[in-house]
Design a protein. Structure first.
Length: 442
């Protein structure tokens, strides 16, 4: 159900915002970066009250104020301010769900307390029967369903169980799909409900696995029968917590160790040659300490000229790369850079370019080592990473110099936000050469 502005304002007050704060924040979300005059006109908040409201929202990390006159502000995606109030409610809901599951286990145990755990097993070589069994497992799940798939398995589920999967995801059952998605797979996966958690993993299983509630396991694949002409689905089914616990632990381990959110990987999925080229970086990466020491030494020697020097260095590194990191659009190139940052260093990075005020926002979170905080404390303009050099190199190629205008580090959230004002460089006689669409590796 889509909420009306009046309902959204009322909902925001539940998070501790005043009505004026709610109106201003909603206006900035809807209209993008605005000056105080426009904010007052569209939010119906008195103009004299807008600036104090913006400062209050800035403290909550809900807006960012741009330097200059007239001053402009832009809404930020809520990190803490709108999340903290619901954490306690989520804990309560989680506790209630856990209690239901525990009561279910107690009931199952008491009904067969003097018997061994019941185990069921069956095998089928029939498309119709396999699809029927898959739908049964999906609809009977009460907690979670994990699917470990290859390309063939995804097609089977998409063309036969699409409605069932989407329906179950809307019934408070957590569904997770894990696979090494290619370009064709990403098209099918994008059609599923947003409630489904889709992860990229760097390998493709030979068999497809469906594990429901940690106790029901179905393995399926397409096989060729002995006549060497007929192909059909073969499926095996196991049940029982004891039989499935090891597999459940294995999938959980993959989830936090090697799995990456699919949207983050999409730029790399569409440039597979680039992904292969950078594969060696995962086995022998340069640690943040190397770049911290390098930047520390350069800052002493070069002072304010360091950022320009690093930009030229980053540009040379990019030009020496076998496959181009430069896409026709700056934001597309930044998205690709963010994917590489996460894949090869484990750091979640979000890079957003706002063309109208010419502001670039870099947000880093997750696997930030102590050297990131030290870099912030020393006032470094970029993170201590090879990807910081790539960022400056990208901007140099697109004809920009970067001037840092803001830097905020949250130790509690392990989150670093850096904002840059981009300044266009004087154009050379030849101009900036960007690749055509056809030149991008696929």
């Amino acid at each position: 159900m889509e909420l009306q502005p009046k309902d959204l304002i009322q909902a925001l007050t539940k998070f501790g915002l005043t009505e004026y704060e709610s109106r201003v924040y909603l206006t900035l979300l809807q209209r993008g970066a605005c000056g105080i005059k426009d904010i007052a006109a569209h939010s119906k908040v008195p103009r004299t009250k807008v600036y104090p409201v913006l400062k209050s929202l800035e403290k909550r990390q809900l807006v960012t104020l741009f330097p200059g006159k007239p001053q402009k502000a832009k809404a930020l995606v809520p990190i803490n301010a709108l999340v903290d109030p619901i954490k306690e409610l989520e804990k309560d809901l989680k506790l209630m769900k856990s209690a239901i599951m525990e009561l279910r286990k107690i009931h199952e145990t008491s009904s067969s307390s003097e018997k061994l755990e019941e185990r069921k097993y069956w095998i089928t070589r029939s498309d119709e029967e396999t699809i029927k069994r898959i739908k049964e497992i999906l609809t009977n799940a009460s907690k979670d369903v994990r699917l470990l798939l290859n390309h063939e398995g995804l097609e089977v589920l998409f063309y036969n169980c699409y409605d069932s999967i989407n329906s179950v995801s809307k019934s408070d059952v957590h569904i997770q799909i894990m696979m090494e998605a290619g370009q064709d797979d990403s098209v099918l996966l994008s059609r599923f409900s947003d409630l489904i958690d889709i992860k990229y993993i760097p390998f493709s299983p030979q068999n497809n696995l469906i594990l429901a509630d940690g106790r029901d396991l179905l393995v399926f694949k397409r096989i060729t029968l002995t006549d060497k002409k007929t192909r059909c689905l073969m499926a095996e089914y196991f049940t029982g917590i004891e039989a499935c616990s090891s597999l459940d632990s294995l999938i959980s381990g993959m989830n936090w160790s090697i799995a990456v959110d699919l949207p983050t990987m999409l730029p790399l999925i569409h440039t597979p040659q680039l992904r292969e080229y950078f594969a060696g970086a995962r086995t022998n990466p340069l640690e943040p300490i190397f770049f911290f020491v390098l930047m520390d030494a350069l800052s002493v020697k070069m002072g304010k000229k360091m950022l320009s020097f690093l930009g030229e260095l980053g540009s040379r590194i990019i030009n020496s790369t076998k496959y181009s990191l430069i896409l026709p659009d700056l934001q597309e190139s930044l998205n690709l850079l963010g994917s590489l940052y996460l894949l090869y260093e484990g750091v979640e990075s979000k890079l957003t370019y706002d063309a109208e005020p010419n502001i670039l926002t870099l947000e880093l979170s997750g696997n930030l080592s102590a050297y990131y905080k030290m870099a912030y404390e020393r006032g470094f303009d970029i993170p201590p990473s090879i990807w910081g050099l790539y960022l400056l190199g990208l901007l140099d190629v697109f004809g920009f110099d970067a001037v840092r205008v803001d830097s905020i580090f949250s130790s509690e959230e392990n989150h670093w936000l850096i904002q840059y004002k981009l300044i266009s460089k004087p154009k050379s006689k030849e101009g900036i050469k960007l690749p055509e669409k056809s030149a991008i590796p696929t």
